[in-house]
Design a protein around this ligand. Sequence first.
Ligand code: SF4
Ligand code: MSK
Length: 628
Amino acid sequence: MSRKYEDLTITKDGQLLLKKAEHDQVETVWDRYQAQLPQCGYCDMGLSCRICIMGPCRVDPFGEGPQQGVCGADADIIVARNLGRMIAAGAASHSDHGRDLVEVLAEVAEGRAPGYTIVDEAKLKSLAAEFGVAVDGKDPLQIAKELAAAMQEEFGTRKKELTLLKRAPAKRQDIWKKLGIAPRGIDRETSEMMHRTHMGVDNGWVSLLLHGMRNALSDGWGGSMIATDVSDILFGTPKPAATTVNVGVLKEDQVNIIVHGHNPVVSEMVLQACQSPEMLQLASAKGAKGINLAGVCCTGNELLMRHGVPMAGNHLTTELVLATGAVDMMIVDYQCIMPSLGKVAACYHTKMISTSDKAHFPGMEHREFHPDNVADMARMVVKEAIDNFGRRGRVYIPVEPVNAIGGFSIETIIGALGGTPQPLIEAIKAGKIRGAAGVVGCNNPKIKQDYGHVTLTRRLIENDILVLDTGCAAVANAKAGFKVAEAINYAGPGLKEICGALGIPPVLHVGSCVDNVRILGLVSALANALGVDISDLPVAGAAPEWYSEKAATIGVYFVASGVYTVLGPMPPITGSMNIVNLLTQGLNDLVGAVFAVEPDPEKAAILIRKHIETKRQALGLPFLANVG
Ligand code: SF4
Ligand code: MSK
């Protein structure tokens, strides 16, 4: 470890645990990043291709070496194909997660998933109505059966376009139709992207990127939207609840279990098992004062949103949390789970359990969870965690946890406003709130952990811009103390007044990565109430520390939905100035929004403020200040 801990993360727990990890000779993501430097410049620019085995090929960005791959693909084609495949992978990940939830819903309807139930019947019925499933006089399980079947159809190709596109403002739907990018089937668009990017199929960089938008929309208005809605039906639509965050949520005198990944299907049952009198008695018999379930990453966010379960950390904390020596078990499902975790855990007593048939990891024991065995499996692994409590060595929990409020579903936000978005619109019109921004996405060792999220969010709320956040960005902002009612003191005067009156923080935790669709829901509600398109609103998106293919897809569906989006890390596209120009300028003429790339969050805040003021002016709203 050659760099100072303060250069790697702004978080106190992260800095102290990095020191501990170094002392324990535990290698972390930062060490491995250093070992990779310098990273491949061709790949960084998107100019390398290994799609077929006439290659691998690369194009020389300086014009001196080869300008085409063996097949004749030039820089534009290679960059577009690589980006297309990145979008497809992101869409596939979220949408497969959505499919898993629909399958659980179908099993619940058939009575084959003991332990699960329909928690939000009202949402079940309203969603059924959207999918054309009659609800009158029907038992909820019958409705669930028919709704699950209708949703399964969305994944294939039997519809002209996805059902939930209708939630978008009419003007947005027209834009998609005119461009021919309204998605038809969730899997179809991903599958078509893989086909188009095979050697010798689509060699138009514009048509490839247009399909990239269609593919991303199939996630945002399809797979992810289904994932969020079905999770709400099965586990409850989130409501504000108090919680705590950072590594300090671990408890020295309790059995600590961490859940990690994205899908709540397993973790919800683990939570139930942890709360059962039988397990609590067992823990007590082993000398523990209780069972402390906490999360990391988005499985953690799912439980935080619905139950106020504490959150130990975000993406780059997932190894460090193990270095406390206090985690008796980590249970993982899928996505964003570093394959290094088993090796880190082996340095301590932590038992690592993988649970999904599609996600296996070195150094983990595999206990496959299925809807019909999940309740038994959850009890079994919790019992193993309790047994492991006695094997703990020295424990190091170096910080106190920070308080936070989570659980801001759109229903909750609109509810807090009195059942209509109108008060928010009036506050925006009056300039008390200048606009809103979604701050989303991951950590990335290329950026000091949480610095991008926290700096950008601080600047936005100071300037009366309401922030909605998800994923690891939401955890960063919670750790920074932005999610308690008193955080209004960080906000500008207008935002402070409105949030103070409503009793909400100026930074609203909207959920996990799939829950970015809740932001689509809110901007659609605002646009519909104003009679405009999403692209007319004074809103923006940002992913200051993104790393994953899923985040790339989220960015693309935000922009394709009309939301100006600022990325921190540069995507691998700089090998093609045609593509850079299309994404950062040309898309304005097509979808009314573009990407910007700005790694410095201070500058990103200025970009967003300028954009919001421009949109305010266009709507005839008062111009509030010079930005620059
Ligand atoms: Fe090379 Fe073309 Fe094959 Fe890519 S698809 S590896 S550029 S020959
Ligand atoms: S977990 S996709 S690191 S936000 Fe959703 Fe965090 Fe990004 Fe994974």
